[in-house]
Structures are given as structure tokens and as C-alpha cells.
Design a protein around this ligand. Structure first.
Ligand code: FAD
Ligand code: NAP
Length: 315
């Protein structure tokens, strides 16, 4: 029986592994279907991880994390988890897609998530080179420049306001004539003299060169007008999917409570609604979706797991 099974080897899972093993837990396995590091390894630049002064690629930032954890006994299994279920004695079973099963006193789910794609031409080609899904991460790179924001929900409008504080101008493109975002946020956007709202319009294409994005082609949905906006960046906020599939049981019900967006409901100690089951990082409610926050969550969860394991093993 494992003390702890960690599902996901991004910043949350790795940090949890470090704290759990260094804190004395003996049998801790981190199930990561790929190489450890998480989604930040897709990023070509990260400059907001505290203590790391130079701008690094995500891959460079994460490179040493697995080695540091494994020094204290964390085991990485390169296996994809299909499901987590609970045994009759309240311990857990981790099922892998390869058909293996592992029992564990506690489980920490930190499988992250992914922003949805908008589907315009050039989105993949220029991702990380002018196409971004994270204003907190990349907004600073556009200080004093103009950018396009795509989307009409709360995230798009809040991030447009955030970018308007950094950039000289924000073109906010939305496909309908009404925003989905809350009325108060819409009012703030309308009051901003740095945001130009472009409604009933879609992004058809981003154009660029070896240096990255140079222009965004925006077309009215009625076909009346097409304009090419010269900008070095476009931020897309068209929704977010969390990787919560491992929590769903054969009955179709989730193992623990989720909110309406499928995010795992946790308390400040990363406890879910099921004792012994923890969640951390981008898949939890109200996640700031930053490496430093995911790492902090992982540490918090591991500290809780250590107390939990002491309690269950004493009985
Ligand atoms: P993730 O990093 O998503 O890790 C989850 C891991 O779980 C993945 O490795 C995945 O393979 C694994 N996994 C999922 N399902 C399973 C399964 N069923 N079985 C086994 N393994 C599984 N943050 C910043 O702070 N600064 C930045 O500049 C920044 N830039 C970014 C740029 C890009 C392009 C992206 C995509 C993100 C960026 N972020 C940035 C956000 C940051 O990467 C995330 O907030 C952070 O990685 C979340 O960590 P996590 O551990 O919660 O999840
Ligand atoms: P969202 O509410 O689903 O909005 C996504 C937006 O993207 C919608 O306006 C949608 O247009 C548009 N869109 C979707 N696919 C598109 C595509 N392919 N091309 C162009 N546009 C596309 O997502 P979200 O803004 O990330 O918010 C998710 C949830 O979190 C929401 O319930 C939101 O209220 C909540 N949230 C709350 C706060 C807050 O309370 N402060 C902050 C952020 C998020 P349509 O409108 O036409 O569908």
C-alpha cells in the first residue's frame, strides 16, 4: 500500500512529491504520463518565477525539479491514470490505462488543464510566438505595444483590462454583439479609453514571420468588413478545460465534489470533499494558473497528506 499516489507531474505534483518524501512518507509514486514538468514546458519564456532572474524557457525552469525530488525517494512511473476509486476500507485504488492497479492511503490529483483553442489560421504555428493564452505570463512582453484579445467571457474582459494597464491599446474581438461577462466588468471595459471593442467579428488568421506575429485579420461575421490589425500579439480566452477525467467513476459520477466548470472544490489545505483525497494546481477552484501557485498548492497538499497518513496508519 502506497502512502501517497500523486497523479500528474507538473509543478504541483513535483513539489508535493518533494515535500511528501522529504517529510518522511516512504512509498510515494508520481504517475506522470509523459516527462515530468507539466504544461509550462511548452512555454518559450518564463520570467515570473521568484528567485529566477534570467528569462528561461519552461523546459529549462523545470529541468532540475524531478532530480531534486527523486533525491528524497520520489518514484516517477511513466503511466497514464485512467481512474481513481475508493476501496471499502477508505483507501484508494489508482487504475492505469495499461491495466495496472495500485492501492494508496491517500491520493493527490494535480492533472492540470488546458486553455481551449479558438481555431483560427496560424494559432498553432505562432503559439508562444505572439499567440498566448496567459496575460499574467506574457502581458509584460507587450509593454508599450498594441495587442488583440479574443473572447467575450469574464476571463477575456478581465484580461483585456489587465493588458490595458500594460499595453498602449487593446483590440477586444468578440463573435457576438453581447458579452457573456458580468455587466459590471463589461461596464469597466466600455469605460476604458485603451480598449477598442470589435463585436460580431471573428479572428480569421494571424500573420507573421520568423520573429513572430505581425498582424491579426479580423472579419465581421456578416462578411461586410475585413481588417488587418498590425499587432505583435493576440491573447485568446475562449474557455478552459480541466483534466478531471481520472475522478469520474464507472457510474459517471465524480469521486469528489466539482464545481459547474469541473474544477475540484478544495479547502485552503487542498482537501477535497473526500477524506484522504487531495487536489492541487490548475485543476482546483480559483486557481491563479501560475507555476508558483501550483508549486505552493503542492507543498500545502503534501503537508496535509503527511498528517493524514500519520492518522490512518495509527489506527
Ligand atoms: P500542469 O503543469 O498542467 O501538469 C499536469 C501534469 O499532469 C501534466 O504533465 C500532464 O501530463 C499530467 N497528467 C494529466 N493527466 C494525467 C493522467 N491521467 N495520468 C498521468 N498524468 C497526467 N505560469 C507562470 O507562472 N508563468 C508563465 O510565464 C507561464 N507561462 C505559460 C505559458 C504556456 C504556454 C502555458 C501552457 C502555461 C503557462 N503558465 C505559466 C501556467 C503554468 O504552466 C501552469 O499554471 C502550471 O503548469 C500548472 O501546474 P500543475 O502542476 O497544476 O499542472
Ligand atoms: P466562457 O465564459 O466560456 O467564455 C468564453 C468566450 O469565448 C465566450 O464569449 C465565447 O463566445 C467565446 N468563444 C468560445 N469559443 C470561441 C471561438 N472558437 N472563437 C471565438 N470566440 C469563442 O469562458 P471564461 O471567460 O474563461 O469563463 C469561464 C467561467 O469562469 C465563466 O462562468 C465565468 O463567469 C467564470 N469566470 C469568472 C470570473 C469572475 O467572476 N471574476 C473571472 C473569470 C472567469 P460566446 O459568448 O459567443 O459563447
Amino acid at each position: 500500500m502506497l502512502d501517497l499516489a500523486i497523479i500528474g507531474g507538473g509543478p504541483a505534483g513535483l513539489t508535493a512529491g518533494l515535500y511528501a518524501t522529504r517529510g518522511g512518507l516512504k512509498d510515494v509514486i508520481m504517475f506522470e504520463k509523459g516527462m515530468p514538468g507539466g504544461q509550462i514546458t511548452l512555454s518559450s519564456e518564463i520570467e515570473n518565477y521568484p528567485g529566477v532572474e534570467e528569462v528561461k524557457t519552461g523546459m529549462e525552469l523545470m529541468e532540475s525539479w524531478p532530480r531534486q525530488c527523486m533525491r528524497f525517494g520520489l518514484v516517477h512511473k511513466m503511466e497514464e491514470v485512467s481512474r481513481i476509486s475508493q476501496n471499502s476500507d477508505k483507501s484508494f485504488k489508482v487504475h492505469t490505462t495499461g491495466g495496472k492497479e495500485y492501492d494508496a492511503h491517500s491520493v493527490l490529483v494535480c492533472t492540470g488543464g488546458r486553455p481551449k483553442k479558438a481555431g483560427f489560421k496560424g494559432e498553432d504555428e505562432f503559439f508562444g510566438r505572439g499567440v498566448s493564452t496567459c496575460a499574467t505570463c506574457d502581458g509584460f512582453f507587450y509593454k508599450g505595444k498594441e495587442v488583440v484579445v479574443l473572447g467575450g467571457g469574464d476571463t477575456a474582459l478581465e484580461e483585456a483590462l489587465y493588458l490595458a494597464n500594460i499595453c498602449t491599446k487593446v483590440y477586444l474581438v468578440h463573435r457576438r454583439d453581447k458579452f457573456r461577462a458580468s455587466p459590471a466588468t463589461v461596464e469597466r471595459v466600455k469605460r476604458s479609453d485603451k480598449i477598442e471593442i470589435i463585436l460580431d467579428s471573428v479572428v480569421e488568421e494571424v500573420k507573421g514571420d520568423a520573429g513572430g506575429v505581425t498582424a491579426v485579420v479580423v472579419a465581421r461575421r456578416d462578411g461586410e468588413e475585413k481588417r488587418e490589425i498590425s499587432v505583435p500579439g493576440i491573447f485568446t480566452f475562449v474557455g478552459y478545460d480541466v483534466n478531471n477525467q481520472v475522478l469520474f467513476q464507472e457510474s459517471g459520477e465524480p469521486l469528489c465534489a466539482l464545481n459547474e466548470f469541473g474544477e475540484v472544490i478544495v479547502d485552503l489545505n487542498m482537501n477535497t470533499s473526500v477524506e484522504g483525497l487531495f487536489a492541487a494546481g490548475d485543476l482546483r477552484i480559483n486557481a491563479p494558473k501560475q507555476v508558483v501557485c501550483a508549486a505552493g498548492d503542492g507543498a500545502t497538499a503534501a503537508i496535509g497528506v503527511i498528517s493524514y497518513c500519520e492518522k490512518v496508519k495509527d489506527h
